[in-house]
Design a protein around this ligand. Structure first.
Ligand code: C2E
Ligand code: MG
Ligand code: MG
Ligand code: MG
Length: 284
């Protein structure tokens, strides 16, 4: 392609763009239909307290099963849903379903019930209806706001000042706010000044470096230090081994989430864990 003339290159480039746009339009239509047909499911990944691996929270993660088939990754369809605005309706369904599941766990398991974290995208934060919609779901299912945490990313909050106002409104409602993928953005620290955050989710890329170089450990330690200095909850994301879990505990991390403890599972399996002793793989 590099040897083509400028004209040809332009033609090739625009054909590629058309293909992408067509592909997006196709997925967008299928997503909208999927929402009507009930093809979406929520799975939940436990967030545990170290060192005993007690389940204290769960993160809701959406899955799409087109035509009842195998799940499509959110990494593939969330960007399309964002781009087309469908994320607003899909997001409303996600929040409402998560509140319903959380309320049921609270009724069945009382003090053993976990807090629930729900991912919210930039487009949702810019929707002026979001705080009222969250309040509506909490009220409808009788869930106390403090049991719900909304996970936002730095990119989402930088989408505009209106996003920060939305975060403030959610905080005033009484929900928690978690900064997802913390440390990967360009201005993670600035955000801590402007946004009323309650939880830092330290990105997997920093956790991967544990038991590696002293420098990598120093960064992971600093990130948990920032959380404890500001009295925020720190959750280590993407913990895959016992060695990492042990190290996290030694470095002052209180909460962890990752395949080592549990993969995301359907809601009935969370019920099973809560009904048992609530403890997942406990690092020694
Ligand atoms: P995220 O919010 O950072 O979610 C964590 C992702 O890491 C999940 O992928 C989870 O399955 C995966 N993960 C957890 N532990 C491990 C581990 O030990 N190792 C590895 N390799 N991965 C681990 P998932 O479910 O595919 O979601 C990907 C992203 O899609 C999420 O990243 C989030 O940004 C977005 N997403 C998922 N569900 C929703 C949703 O309901 N709404 C919105 N707006 N975005 C969502
Ligand atoms: Mg998340
Ligand atoms: Mg995350
Ligand atoms: Mg992440």
């Amino acid at each position: 392609a590099g040897k083509q003339s400028g004209g040809n290159r332009y033609h090739t480039h625009s054909a590629a763009l058309d293909a992408t746009a067509e592909h997006h339009a196709h997925i967008a239509a299928a997503l909208r239909r999927g929402l009507e047909l009930g093809e979406f499911r929520l799975v939940y990944q436990p967030i545990v307290e170290l060192p005993h691996g007690i389940v204290q929270g769960v993160e809701a993660l959406v899955r799409w099963h087109p035509d009842g088939g195998p799940a499509v990754s959110p990494a593939e369809f969330i960007p399309v849903a964002e781009h087309t605005g469908l994320i607003v309706d899909l997001g409303a369904w996600i929040i409402d379903t998560a509140c319903a599941d959380a309320a049921a766990w609270h009724q069945r398991h009382r003090d053993n019930a976990p807090w629930i974290s729900v991912n919210v995208s930039a487009r949702q934060l810019l929707d002026p209806e979001l705080p009222a919609q969250v309040a509506g779901s909490l009220h409808r299912h009788g869930l106390e706001p403090r049991w719900l945490t909304l996970e936002i990313t730095e990119t989402a909050v930088f989408a505009g000042g209106a996003a920060v106002a939305a975060v403030q409104a959610l905080r005033e409602l009484g929900t928690g706010i978690a900064l997802d993928d913390f440390g990967t953005g360009h201005s993670s620290l600035t955000l801590l000044r402007t946004c009323p955050v309650t939880t830092l989710k330290v990105d997997k890329s920093f956790i991967d470096g544990l038991n590696g170089t002293a420098q990598q450990e120093a960064i992971a330690t600093s990130l948990s230090g920032i959380a404890s200095t500001l009295a925020l909850r720190a959750v280590a994301e993407g913990v895959e081994s016992e060695a990492q879990a042990d190290r996290l505990h030694a470095l002052g991390y209180r909460y962890a989430q990752g395949f080592y403890f549990a993969k995301p599972v359907p809601p009935d399996q969370i019920d099973g864990i809560l009904g048992a002793n609530r403890a997942l793989a406990a690092p020694r």
